[in-house]
Design a protein. Structure first.
Length: 754
């Protein structure tokens, strides 16, 4: 329907397509504007069938902030000098229509949700208008969301944020037309929801005697007592605050893993009986709920109180990262497996989830869990959140289960969004704004029928490295605006510049509201490409979302200035050196410094064949990433590394001709909290003909650990044209380690040949 309307209006000479001139996010499904404005002054009345202060709140506040009055009336029949709200049953749920002419604004919808979305669009139309004016452009907007689940998540277990901060978070979601708030309330590091029947959950489980300091890999801690929780009355306030803004709150109560905080308060529901303390460390811990009858009684009691507080249809029960170590050694668990003909602990977890689902279903609710609940058999009515990539979502949709996509590759807002050295400490990864905007929630592997089971998607904000709400804001803004447009169904990754021009118009508004947002989008980005000659260096292209001609650079390691050479075309890098660059306007540096060190060697830009392809989430540059002259940064493993999930690296390099070789160096990475582990073995082989290979060194797991992942061979010179490198994936992660039971990630970077 919208496409036909678009064609009609484009053919009318008095109308013009001008949506890009207005900072609307998410971009409407259809918008056309004409000359003229509707002016809001003291004579304007807002008239509606019923008072709807909540739906119009943001718009009314914007008007009043400009020292203009806006009177609300229930008077029917006003058609001039008015903003008229009309409820029409013919319009789809959540949809709205705006018709703006110089004398009246009509906002039409079938429900109050659509009314709110219409008012949010009117508010955004005022963003670019001078403060002393209140003008809405004449035109028509017909709009509706594509996906049913448009969500944002917030973890309050690792770091706690007071009720007032949660209100702000909900306001941010409402401003960009999200409709779901996933509230992660319990974990190993803190239990945050009051349960009347079990008071020790918050008396003891809500407080820990220290926290990690710095990155997980450093294993440093403080001894500061830390915690907090929400009373049931505060929970009701939050749920009601969200309801008024047409947002459903989905609570998450973790089980059977991530249970240390609960077990610290009630150790009898564990396999060992404790004692336990609320976890100070991040990651995955072995102590989990024991699937015995008294545990199910406890969890049913907890969920009964939880379900009474949250009116939405879904209760999130976690289900992720549950180590099986305790279950394997527990007589109760082994007996239950035998009594129920369960072949292994994965089926025991499925039994656990299905028991909980049956109880939740009996109360008229549904469960949703992370994609690990697929293991051992999916509960009959469960919905799945696919976070370990898209595979879990694909499998669940093919089994005709509802799915919410939330892959770490695009939807984890705890990842870096800019150059890590310029960013607050984060868990790792690299998810810039443009990558979020490029996300496609429906996997291409699904048929059209299977795709109907994709409810939508959400972004996750895990807070191990986010201690303040100001930093929460920094991590979600502006990325949440990109995902909002993806979920509304109007994102166009091929025209990212259009979105970029719109979102940057919101920055002044955020500054005025004292929202702490990232300006990483103004950083210089870069691309490394093979030298067209095959070897002897690489091509380096500098990019900016602004005018690339204002990029100035140096090649000698010195700081660039406005007098340094201006970037105009790809730089040819043929020797080891450091390129530094920055964006300048009026001789003032406007961006953070971009710095890239290159190590040019005999294999730079040579041909590389990979037996196994890297995971598509960590495959920037493909096989070329092994020989592009760029070493991977341990804090930035989403960019310059190749990531293999469960697979080995088997790489064959062709140097083009026989050469003398005396030094090979391969970088590997270990970050257990992200399931990344050093390889268990690395083998270097050489050949003169590509057929017969000679092993020049094999590195054992202990040698790799001792070398901290840097695989370095120096020996007697050998003649070779071909080099074969095999790095064997560690395989299934052992119990007691983060990601236990899952396949390991193997990350490798530059293979240096000298």
């Amino acid at each position: 329907m919208y496409r036909k309307l678009s064609l009609f209006f484009l053919l009318c000479s008095t109308w013009m397509w001008a949506q890009q001139e207005y900072p609307l996010i998410p971009q409407p499904q259809f918008a056309a504007f004409q000359e003229g404005f509707f002016t809001i002054d003291e004579t304007i009345i807002l008239t509606a069938p019923l008072e709807m202060d909540a739906e119009a709140e943001v718009f009314i506040n914007e008007v009043r902030a400009r020292k203009k009055a806006l009177y609300i009336s229930n008077k029917a029949g006003v058609v001039e000098n008015a903003i008229v709200v009309q409820l029409e049953t013919s319009i789809a749920p959540e949809a709205y229509v705006l018709e703006i002419n110089p004398k009246v604004v009509f906002l039409k919808a079938s429900d109050y949700t659509g009314v709110q979305y219409g008012f949010q669009t009117l508010t955004q139309l005022l963003l670019g208008v001078p403060k002393n004016q209140l003008k809405l452009p004449c035109g028509i907007i017909k709009d509706a969301p594509r996906f049913k689940w448009r969500g944002m998540h917030l973890d309050v277990s690792r770091h706690f944020f007071p009720k007032e901060a949660i209100f702000k978070y909900i306001d941010y979601l409402a401003a960009y037309k999200y409709n779901t708030f996933h509230w992660h309330l319990t974990d190993d590091q803190g239990w945050r929801i009051e349960i009347n029947k079990y008071p020790k959950l918050t008396e003891e489980g809500a407080w820990r005697n220290g926290s990690m300091v710095g990155h997980y890999n450093e294993q440093k801690f403080n001894t500061d007592r830390y915690g907090g929780f929400y009373t049931q009355e505060e929970i009701r306030e939050v749920v009601n605050y969200a309801r008024i803004r047409h947002i459903t709150v989905v609570p998450e109560i973790e089980m059977p893993g991530h249970a240390r905080a609960a077990l610290a308060a009630y150790p009898q529901f564990s396999c060992t009986g404790g004692p336990f303390e609320v976890a100070k460390e991040w990651g995955v811990l072995e102590d989990v709920f024991c699937p015995k009858e008294e545990t199910f009684t406890f969890l049913q009691d907890v969920l009964t109180e939880v379900m009474a507080l949250f009116p939405g249809q879904y209760i999130h029960i976690g289900g992720d990262e549950c180590p099986k170590t305790r279950w394997k050694a527990c007589p109760n668990c082994q007996k239950r497996m035998k009594d129920n003909n369960l072949k292994d602990e994965h089926e025991l977890q499925s039994y656990f989830i299905q028991r909980i689902e049956k109880f939740v279903n009996s109360k008229g609710k549904k469960i949703i869990g992370w994609d690990e609940i697929l293991e051992g058999g999916l509960a009959p009515n469960a919905a799945v959140m696919s976070w370990r990539g898209t595979e879990g979502g694909i499998a669940a949709a093919q089994q005709k289960h509802q799915v919410v996509m939330t892959p770490g590759s695009h939807c984890y807002f705890d990842h870096y969004q800019g150059e890590p050295k310029n960013e607050p400490l984060a868990i790792g990864g690299y998810t810039p704004l443009e990558k979020v905007y490029s996300y496609q929630p429906i996997p291409s592997e699904l048929t059209s029928e299977e795709a109907t089971y994709i409810l939508g998607a959400q972004a996750n904000v895990w807070t191990e490295y986010i201690p303040t709400f100001e930093q929460v804001e920094y991590m979600i803004f502006p990325r949440m605006t990109a995902l909002s447009e993806v979920l509304w169904g109007t994102a166009n990754p091929n025209n990212y510049s259009n979105y970029f021009n719109r979102v940057t118009q919101h920055f002044k508004d955020w500054e005025a509201k004292k929202i702490n947002f990232s300006k990483a989008v103004f950083e210089i980005t870069a691309e490394v490409m093979p030298n067209p000659g095959g070897v002897n260096g690489v091509m380096y292209v500098l990019k900016s979302n602004q005018n690339p001609a204002n990029i100035h650079y140096t090649l000698d390691g010195s700081q660039p200035t406005a007098q340094s050479p201006a970037f105009s075309s790809a730089l040819t890098i043929q020797q080891s050196q450091t390129v530094k660059a920055a964006y300048f306007e009026n001789e003032m540096q406007k961006s953070a410094l971009s710095e890239q060190a290159f190590t040019i060697h005999k294999a730079t830009s040579c041909l590389v064949h990979l037996q196994n392809q890297p995971d598509k989430r960590y495959n920037i540059g493909g096989a070329f990433a092994l020989v592009n002259g760029v070493k991977g940064d341990p804090q930035k493993f989403g960019r310059d590394w190749l990531g293999f999930w469960g697979n080995d690296l088997v790489a064959l390099l062709d140097l083009g001709k026989k050469q003398s070789i005396s030094h090979l160096n391969l970088g590997t990475l270990e970050s257990p909290s992200s399931w990344i582990y050093f390889p268990k073995e690395v083998v270097f082989e050489v050949s003169t003909d590509g057929i017969k290979f000679e092993t020049i060194q094999t590195f054992s797991q202990s040698e790799i650990q001792q070398a901290k992942g840097t695989i370095d061979w120096k020996g007697k010179k050998v003649k070779a044209q071909f080099i074969k490198v095999t790095a064997k994936n560690k395989g299934k992660i052992q119990e007691g380690m983060p990601g236990a039971g899952n396949g390991s990630w193997l990350f490798v970077d530059e293979l240096i040949v000298e």
